[in-house]
Every structure is written in structure tokens, then in C-alpha cells.
Write a protein that binds this ligand. Structure first.
Ligand code: SF4
Length: 446
């Protein structure tokens, strides 16, 4: 391993095939400039797509602006989620406490909104964790005063990793839906961990409805305060982003008896197997038959897309650095469907079982790394000669600086990459970036 890697980071970087068990699920190393976001950000990205909820960030204004409209989650109803409210804590609030300011903020929101929300989330960020405002008491009092749900999310950025924020968001959802745990059962599924980026939830929902599986509730893409409370009645939870929603599925199974399974709607292989597994889990012969016919038809169409692009991609090298392990696994499979090699795979919040799969399916010699920093990503992309990097907004400039193509697979993107339609978008974007003539002109004007 290169000498420039920090000593404390060495166990978090391995070569696939050479050594098993990359170290993961740990707090970031100080001074390593992690690509991860903070605990509060993790909580907000999960809860924000609830379209008719209001989100008050109790903290300095920077926490709110950093996470305002952070996902490209589309809505078929409410628009309240696109606003960002903050108590804008200043020095005097830090000295004398911010509880009055929080209470006033909730009152002002309820009085000023034309259609007051039925659900408010209050996020307590770093400084509130330090000064110790009793956020729970303010939320309880406001809830009683206005007759709506006001749910505290105590998420100081320093209190753990982004995964801790996911867990806090899941606890907040449980807090909201638990009073509705006992209701008549409905036949159908909930989709968890899909945030309706560029309308992806609608695409996936359409597939299930086409084969006769009703979607009861979506958590949290295009969710509303009304649709969420139906979730406990569903027959099955289908978890797309395992990193952010597995914990919620586990709690719903233990406390409400809703079984769950993991699914992925990225890449032909994973989409088809996920739809068939969901149908099988519901044990309805007619639905199972429709699922198989539907996926066979769509796989055939996907095959023609893969065949079209494969000659242009075959043998090229892909580097992957994304938020969760489950997405990384789907991306490895997707690139392999096009005959590409995987030279680097990393995630911000991957779990042990996900890294076991990553290490078993990545090409031998691929760099597998958890919670990378920019210097490591640049170094290994250059060493391995990556032709394209898949990542998010923080990884894009790293790729372009090195003259490497880039595919945006983050939550701000505006084009769907899920579902069978996503295969065409994925291939087209990889082709446009990786085979762009611009890479032949690198260095000409330097
Ligand atoms: S690290 Fe703390 S101060 Fe910074 S955005 Fe997160 S919660 Fe706010």
C-alpha cells in the first residue's frame, strides 16, 4: 500500500482477492477529510422527501442551508418539504438557550402557512447538543398546542456517522406511525429506502402495479403524512436503500409484524430478480406468473440496450464510490453486464455483509475502501487507470481534475437510473462521458 495513506486508514483499504474483510462501520479518522456527510444530514436526507411535512433545523443557519432541498425527490402532492426553516441560533442564544426561539419558530410557522402542516420534524444540530436545549419538551408542548405531530430528531453532527442519522430518521418515522400499528391488514407492499429521485419511485411503483401488487406506502419518496400511516397494514416491506432503511424494516417487523426483504432496481439482473422475489414472497400464483412474464419481456429489451453499448464499453475500467453498499453491488453487476472491469469500489456507509459481497464480485486486484478521502480516491484512480468514476457531487471534481469521465449517481441528479428505463439512461450517460472526444485533448493547453 502506498506510503501516503494515513496509518489509521490502512485497515479500511484492501485489494479484492488478496485479503478479506475491509474495516468498516467505524467513525471517520480525524484529519482524513472524509467524503461522508454528518449525522444531521443523514437524518434529513431520509425524512426530507415527506412532501407535506415541514422541517425546522434548530441550529445555526449553515446547517439548514447545507441541507436545503438536498435531494432531487419529486412530489405528486405537497410542496412544503421544499422549504427550509431554521431557528438561526446566534451567540446570545448559545449563552441563554434557544428553547424560546424554537417555540416561537413553530408558532410562526403554524400561523403563517396558508395550509398549516400536520407533521413537523425538528432537527437539533451540533450546538444544540452542546448547550442542551430540551427540544423534546418544546416539541411536546407545541404538539399539544397545535394538535399536530411535532417530532424531535436529536442529530448533532458530531454524535456519530451519517449512518447514525439514518437510524435517527427511522426512529422518527416509527414514532410517527407506531400509533397506527394496529389496523386491518391490506394486501400490498411498502417500498422503503427509495427517495423518488427523478421520479424513480414512480417507475418502480408502476412495475409492481402492472403485475398486480398494490403499493400501500412509500418511505420516504413521494410520501405524505397521510400515506405513511397506512404502512403498518402492508403485507411486505421492500427495502431498496438498505443502508438507510434496513433498521426501519427490522423495527417494523419486530413491532408490527411486517416481514421484509432487500431489493435493488438498478441494472437488468437486479431489477428482474427483485421483482420476482417480491412476487414470490407474496405467495400469489397469478402474480408470480405475471412477474416472470413481465421481467422476461423487459430483460429482452434491456439485452438489446446492453448489446448496443457493450462494444464501446468492453474492457474499460470503472471506479465506484457511492453512499451505500447495496448500490455499489448493483453498480458492479451493471458495469459487468457491459463487459467492463471494476478497479475501485468504495462506499460512505457500507456494512460488513455488503463488503463481503463487494469483495467477492469485484475483479481481483480492485481497491476496496470504506469512508475514503479525496486524496485516496485520486491516488487509486490514477494508479488503476480508471476510465470512469461513479459518484456524487463531491467526487465529480476529483474525476475531472484527473481527466477521468464521470457518472452522477447521487441524490441531486435529474435523470432516473432505476428501472429498465434507467439501464438506457445509464448506458447513454456512461457512453457520452467515457467516450467523449474531450479526453483526447487533455494537456493540449496546459
Ligand atoms: S456537522 Fe454539526 S454544525 Fe455542521 S452541518 Fe452537521 S449538524 Fe450542522
Amino acid at each position: 500500500m502506498a506510503a501516503s495513506i494515513l496509518e489509521e486508514r490502512k485497515s479500511s483499504i484492501i485489494l479484492s482477492g488478496a485479503k478479506k474483510g475491509v474495516s468498516c462501520e467505524k467513525e471517520s479518522v480525524s484529519g482524513s477529510v472524509s467524503q461522508r456527510a454528518c449525522v444531521f444530514c443523514g437524518a434529513r436526507v431520509v425524512l426530507n422527501p415527506i412532501t407535506d411535512a415541514c422541517h425546522i433545523v434548530h441550529g445555526p443557519i449553515g446547517c439548514a442551508s447545507y441541507t436545503w432541498d438536498i435531494r432531487g425527490s419529486l412530489t405528486s402532492g405537497g410542496e412544503a418539504y421544499r422549504n427550509s426553516y431554521s431557528t438561526d441560533l446566534r451567540e446570545t442564544d448559545i449563552v441563554f438557550g434557544g428553547e424560546k426561539k424554537l417555540k416561537a419558530a413553530i408558532d410562526e410557522l403554524m400561523e403563517s402557512e396558508q395550509k398549516p402542516p400536520k407533521l413537523i420534524f425538528v432537527y437539533a444540530t451540533c450546538i444544540v447538543g452542546v448547550i442542551g436545549d430540551d427540544v423534546e419538551a418544546v416539541c411536546r408542548e407545541s404538539q399539544k398546542k397545535w394538535g399536530i405531530r411535532v417530532i424531535p430528531v436529536k442529530a448533532p453532527g458530531f454524535s456519530g456517522t451519517k449512518s447514525q442519522g439514518y437510524k435517527l430518521a427511522c426512529d422518527a418515522i416509527m414514532d410517527y406511525i407506531s400509533p397506527f400499528a394496529r389496523q386491518p391488514a391490506s394486501f400490498g407492499i411498502n417500498i422503503l429506502g427509495d427517495y423518488n429521485l427523478a421520479g424513480e419511485m414512480w417507475i418502480v411503483k408502476g412495475y409492481f402495479e402492472k403485475i398486480g401488487i398494490p403499493v400501500i406506502s412509500t418511505i420516504t419518496g413521494d410520501a405524505s403524512s397521510e400515506s405513511l400511516i397506512k404502512a403498518p397494514s402492508a403485507s411486505l416491506n421492500v427495502v431498496q436503500c438498505a443502508g438507510s432503511a434496513s433498521y426501519l424494516a427490522q423495527r417494523m417487523e419486530a413491532e408490527m409484524g411486517v416481514p421484509w426483504l432487500k431489493a435493488s432496481f438498478y441494472g437488468a439482473q437486479d431489477i428482474s430478480s427483485s421483482i420476482v422475489r417480491v412476487a414470490d414472497a407474496l405467495k400469489d400464483a397469478a402474480i408470480c406468473e405475471k412477474a416472470r412474464a413481465f421481467t422476461a419481456y423487459e430483460s429482452e429489451r434491456a439485452r438489446s440496450v446492453i448489446d448496443k453499448y457493450k462494444p464501446r464499453f468492453e474492457g474499460k475500467k470503472a471506479a465506484i464510490f457511492v453512499g451505500g453498499g447495496f448500490k455499489a453491488i448493483s453498480l458492479i453487476r451493471q458495469f459487468k453486464e457491459f463487459g467492463m472491469k471494476i478497479v475501485l469500489v468504495g462506499t460512505q456507509t457500507g456494512k460488513r455483509d455488503e463488503y463481503d459481497v463487494i469483495e467477492s464480485i469485484a475483479d481481483d486486484g480492485a481497491v476496496v475502501l470504506d469512508d475514503a478521502n479525496p486524496a485516496e480516491l485520486e491516488q487509486f484512480m490514477a494508479e488503476k487507470g480508471a476510465d470512469i468514476l461513479v459518484g456524487g457531487v463531491k467526487e465529480r471534481p476529483l474525476a475531472y481534475k484527473l481527466g477521468v469521465a464521470f457518472l452522477d449517481h447521487n441524490h441531486e441528479r435529474k435523470h432516473p437510473l432505476a428501472g429498465y428505463i434507467g439501464i438506457e439512461n445509464f448506458a447513454s450517460e456512461v457512453n457520452l462521458s467515457m467516450n467523449s472526444p474531450v479526453w483526447h485533448h487533455l494537456g493540449m493547453h496546459c
